[in-house]
Design a protein around this ligand. Structure first.
Ligand code: PLP
Length: 366
């Protein structure tokens, strides 16, 4: 990741790839395959990023970068045929759930909503389906899916599998290695890593699927700006370090917060008592840096606690160097089965004692 996507080792070559700020390219006569032509078709700044994301996800084919994670999600969902059947988790990123609900009407889809942690029920729901949409751990309930079993099952039953790997990052899990057909990312989160860029990515090992997605990206036009692509590659270079520190903080916070009297429940797959612990341990290379807490006293107590935070920022999003906290049910689109008092913590790389002290103070005053 540190070395990937850099210019060749030659005199006077820059160490970093340049940002190419051009919407069009010199092009004369009939355009040929591989010619750049126009900034919606390609931009040289995307290339090192797409190559690097592909390496991370273990694909020989370059990833495809998009204008946002949702553009990547929409690209994945565009693979569903009209009138098709999709299996989705009951809990997942609410934007993905909302888009599926929209497509349910406009494409006349059959949507099977499943408890993703229930492998037996999910495999059963695959029967006759066209697409399996998977996310693990889920946002924000942090349920852990048995990805190896589900992806093998999808393959066996001829179901196209798409995994949103945003929460885990390819450092913790690589779904293509378990047979996933497509992986999508909100690179806005851990890849960018500094809450200063919005970008998405799709990766596949299938030349046919890539060609189809590439063609649609060009026609739909949800392409990233060159500066965003450059920033994301820069972010990826430090992702391993950031994630290591953030996860160490998250583990320690999960442990301390489990004993906090103002918290009724801590959800974190890295806690040995968590229902997803064994599964996460066996299939992931770490537990990530998102944890959720449920505040005694309900939604109002949670909102008041958030307003008192000083080091943590109450804000949506996740995966940046700075710690963010959010009560998810403040969004009307969040499923009602997500508890009202659930606060999602995206743990950053600050000093863990400072992070705990800030939370502790805000919780104590409630
Ligand atoms: C798991 C997951 N997937 C996709 C998205 C959408 O990404 P973006 O906000 O970059 O469009 C998000 C955003 O929060 C997310 O958490």
């Amino acid at each position: 990741m540190v070395a990937s996507g850099r210019p060749p080792h030659k005199t006077d070559e820059p160490v970093n790839p340049p940002i190419v700020l051009s919407s069009t390219f010199y092009s004369l006569g009939e355009s040929t395959a591989g010619e750049k032509v126009y900034g919606r078709f390609t931009n040289p700044t995307w290339d090192p990023l797409e190559e690097t994301i592909a390496k991370l996800e273990d694909s020989q084919l370059p990833a495809l970068a998009y204008a946002s994670g949702m553009a990547a999600v929409a690209a994945g969902l565009s693979l569903i045929p009209v009138g098709g059947t999709i299996v989705i988790p009951r809990h997942a990123y609410n934007g993905s759930l909302a888009l599926v609900a929209e497509l349910e009407k406009t494409l006349n889809l059959t949507v099977r909503r499943v408890e993703l942690a229930d492998t037996h029920a999910t495999l059963k729901a695959f029967d006759g389906a066209d697409v399996a949409w998977l996310e693990s751990p889920t946002n924000p309930m942090l349920e852990v899916a048995d990805l190896p079993a589900l992806l093998a099952g999808a393959k066996e039953q001829g179901v196209l599998s798409i995994v949103d790997n945003t929460f885990s990052t390819p450092l913790l899990q690589r779904p293509l290695q378990h047979g996933a057909d497509v992986v999508v990312h909100s690179a806005t989160k851990y890849m960018g890593g500094h809450s200063d860029v919005v970008l998405g990515a799709v990766v596949t090992r299938s030349p046919d699927l890539r060609a189809k997605l590439h063609g649609m990206r060009t026609l739909h036009g949800a392409v990233p700006g060159p500066f965003e692509a450059w920033l994301t590659l820069r972010g990826i270079r430090t992702m391993a370090l950031r994630l290591e520190k953030a996860e160490a903080n998250a583990r320690e916070l999960a442990r301390r917060l489990s004993e906090h009297p103002a918290i009724s429940k801590v959800r974190y797959p890295g806690l040995e008592t968590d229902p997803g612990y064994q599964r996460a341990k066996s299939q992931m290379d770490g537990f990530g840096s998102i944890l959720c807490i449920e505040i005694t006293g309900g939604a109002q107590a949670a909102d008041e606690m958030l307003a008192r935070l000083e080091l943590w920022t109450p804000a949506t999003s996740l995966g940046g160097v700075e710690s963010l906290a959010e009560r998810r049910r403040r969004h009307t689109g969040e499923p009602e089965s997500v508890p009202e008092n659930l606060v999602r913590l995206s743990v950053g790389i600050e000093n863990v004692n400072d992070l705990f002290a800030d939370l502790d103070l805000a919780l104590k005053s409630s």
